[in-house]
Design a protein around this ligand. Sequence first.
Ligand code: FCB
Length: 452
Amino acid sequence: MSSSEIASSEGSTRLTFPDGFIWGSATSSFQIEGAPTTDGKSPSIWDTYCSVPGNIKDGSNGDVACDHYNRYVEDVALMRQLGFDAYRFSIAWTRVVPDGVGAVNSAGLDFYDRLVDELLSAGIQPFPTMYHWDLPQSLEDNGGWVNRDTAYAFADYTEAVVDRLGDRVKTFTTLNEPFVSANHGYVVGEHAPGHTSMEMGLAASHHLLLGHGLAGERIRAGAPDARLAIVINFTPLEPATDSEADRVETYHRNHLENHWYSDPVFGLGYPEDTADHVGWDRSEIQDGDMEIISAPIDLLGVNFYTREFASADDSFELPEGTPQNTMGWELHPPSFGKLLRWINDRYDVPSILITENGCPMPDNIRDENRIVDDDRLDYIRSHMAQVHGAIEDGVPIEGYLVWSLFDNFEWAWGYGPTFGIVEVNYETLERIPKKSALWFSESKSQNGFEIS
Ligand code: FCB
């Protein structure tokens, strides 16, 4: 059966997804695991970054987070209860190769080995991501992603993971959101490692992509039947005004945010005019790099949250009354559908998985002990409706993973924003599904839902 749209008598429409459509959720290691020194784990750049006063809004860190490292059995059981098909998580490099390069720490790999087995026995497909921003601090001490060697170290670490999990994992993802790693970590400084240099950011961007390509080679060699994926975030941009200056700003920001990673991966190279515009001398690009970076992938993971408006003088603010989440990001589902069609038109994409989509909301309404998050439920439903529309138009989307399974450590924002469809009580660490989780679970069981 393909996807379908059936009008009901009460004026609502039932959307049904194609058979085999994947319903699931996503998390990342630093945001949920805790256990920062257990079984030989070393510090990552996020451990260091959190230790600097002022870096994290609420002064928090990842030391406990959701304590998932110790509670993964319970967490998998919960996903099974909710009926999810898939779980996207990330592997902490600092557990597997604590020094960043060199010796592999078997005890660290054991954790992911157990997690994968637990997922498989619950009938849940594991989608591990090799890098979700928690670089070993020892590598940052040698320049981090600004240093080309980090790309080779990433490939070696990936090989160790593939050696251990490649017999069971069917899809390996290299990077999560390289734009955010390079931009927030090296240009803007609001993420670890906290640098503020365009030059460093450009070098980091190329080395991240090179790391993706080199790790991809190891995944192909070590797990020839597994699929190779990368996760890229896209934020559609519109000019704040009609002025020439705002249009030029939009043009280049769009290249930097929405083309910079996907264009090279799909063989189109870096946007040259924007590379000139930001003064990149491209000295990091060595012979053969672009071929390594553009080796075919099997799956593109797409993360989408919001659209943005670009203004040359950075003066734009959302007009009062604009629907937005608790982090001030506009809620604009149509931008998602438009983006998915654009990706499919621009690139030769074999398959797309929505690897992140979700929102932090006030979560201040309860029925008995459960958070009644109709606003989040609406967000997920309206964005999934956009996915459905894109599928009807021929965009090859195989599934949708909510960000996030749990309320968790939201980077520089700390524990304030709650993205979870499952509440985590940070005192007791109890997990309680919110109304949106129950709706998502029910919709999954019917492979669709009603929209009005
Ligand atoms: C994405 C990140 C994810 C989470 C969401 C809200 O950029 O990949 O870890 O922080 O945003």
